[in-house]
Design a protein around this ligand. Structure first.
Ligand code: 5BU
Length: 260
C-alpha cells in the first residue's frame, strides 16, 4: 500500500496533491464537520482545532449571520493551520444551474472552498458544469458514490456508474464520499462520514462506525467527524482522540499490506 505522500505524486489535480501531502505532514486524516449556525462558533472551532485536521467541512447555508468576511476569515485560518475547506453543498442540478450555484450567489463557493461534492443523479453534465468553474481555480470535486444513512439509494449500479464518471473526469474529480475504498487507482481519495467512537446511530437515520473500521477495515482515507467532536465537553481533546485513532488505523493498514 502506498503512503498518502506517495499517492500525491500520482494525482493530476493540485488540490488532491496538496491534501495528500498535508495529511502526512500533519499526521492527520481527520476532517471535521462543523455544523454550527453562527459565524462566531464556526471560526472558534476552526481556530482551536485547525492544527489537528486536514479538512474543515462546512454547510455554509446553515450560518444565520453569513457575510463574505466569514469565508475570508476561514480562508485565513485554513492558510495559517494548513487545512483545506470543503463546502458540503451536494450539488444535484443540471450543469448550467450548478455552475451558477457554485460560482455566483451570496456564498461564492468557488472562491474559497477547495473541495466540493455532487450527487451523480443528473449524469455527466453536473460534473461538466462544476468543472467549468472550478478547474481553472485548481478546485477538486468529490462524487457521492455512497452515503452513510440507513436505507440510502446510493448503491449498486448507481455507485458503479459514479466511478465511471470519476475516471472520465479525473482532472477535476479527486475522489468520493463513500463508506469504503472503491477502486484500485491510488489517485482517488475516499472520504467517509458517519464516524463516532461512542454512538452507533442518531435519531434521524445517521449510522456510525469507528475510525478503525473506516481506515483499517474499509480502507477509506479520511474520516469525517461532526457531533462526536464539536458536541463534546472538550472538543480539542476529542479531536486529538479522533486524530490519533485515525492515524493509528492508517499505520496499522500500512503494516497489514506489508505483511501480506
Ligand atoms: P455527524 O455529526 O458526525 O453525524 O455529521 C456528519 C456530517 O457529514 C454532516 O455534516 C453531514 O451532512 C455529512 N454527511 C453525512 O453524514 N453522510 C453522508 O452520506 C454525507 C454527508 Br454525503
Amino acid at each position: 500500500m502506498l503512503t498518502y505522500t506517495e499517492r500525491a505524486k500520482l494525482c493530476s489535480n493540485p488540490t488532491a496533491r496538496r491534501l495528500l501531502n498535508l495529511i502526512d505532514e500533519k499526521k492527520t486524516n481527520l476532517a471535521i464537520a462543523v455544523d454550527v449556525t453562527t459565524s462566531k462558533q464556526l471560526l472558534e472551532i476552526a481556530a482551536s482545532l485547525g492544527s489537528k485536521i486536514c479538512v474543515l467541512k462546512t454547510h455554509i447555508d446553515i450560518i444565520e449571520d453569513f457575510s463574505p468576511e466569514l469565508t475570508q476569515a476561514l480562508s485565513e485560518l485554513a492558510k495559517k493551520y494548513n487545512f483545506l475547506l470543503f463546502e458540503d453543498r451536494k450539488f444535484a442540478d443540471i450543469g448550467n444551474t450548478v455552475k451558477l450555484q457554485y460560482g455566483e450567489g451570496i456564498y461564492r463557493i468557488a472562491d474559497w472552498s477547495h473541495i466540493i461534492n455532487a450527487h451523480t443523479v443528473p449524469g455527466f453534465s453536473i460534473i461538466e458544469g462544476l468543472r467549468q468553474v472550478g478547474l481553472d481555480k485548481d478546485r477538486g470535486l468529490l462524487l457521492l458514490a455512497e452515503m452513510s444513512t440507513a436505507g440510502n439509494l446510493a448503491q449498486g449500479e448507481y455507485t458503479t456508474q459514479s466511478l465511471e464518471l470519476a475516471k472520465k473526469y479525473s482532472d477535476f474529480v479527486i475522489g468520493f464520499i463513500t463508506t469504503r475504498k472503491l477502486m484500485d487507482d491510488p489517485a482517488f481519495i475516499y472520504f467517509t462520514p458517519g464516524v463516532n467512537l461512542s454512538q452507533n446511530a442518531d435519531s434521524l437515520g445517521q449510522r456510525y462506525v469507528t475510525p478503525q473500521t473506516v481506515i483499517y477495515e474499509n480502507e477509506s482515507d479520511i474520516i469525517i467527524v461532526g457531533r462526536g467532536i464539536y458536541e463534546a465537553p472538550n472538543p480539542l481533546e476529542k479531536a486529538e482522540e479522533y486524530q490519533q485513532a485515525g492515524w493509528d488505523a492508517y499505520q496499522q493498514r500500512l503494516q497489514k499490506n506489508v505483511s501480506r
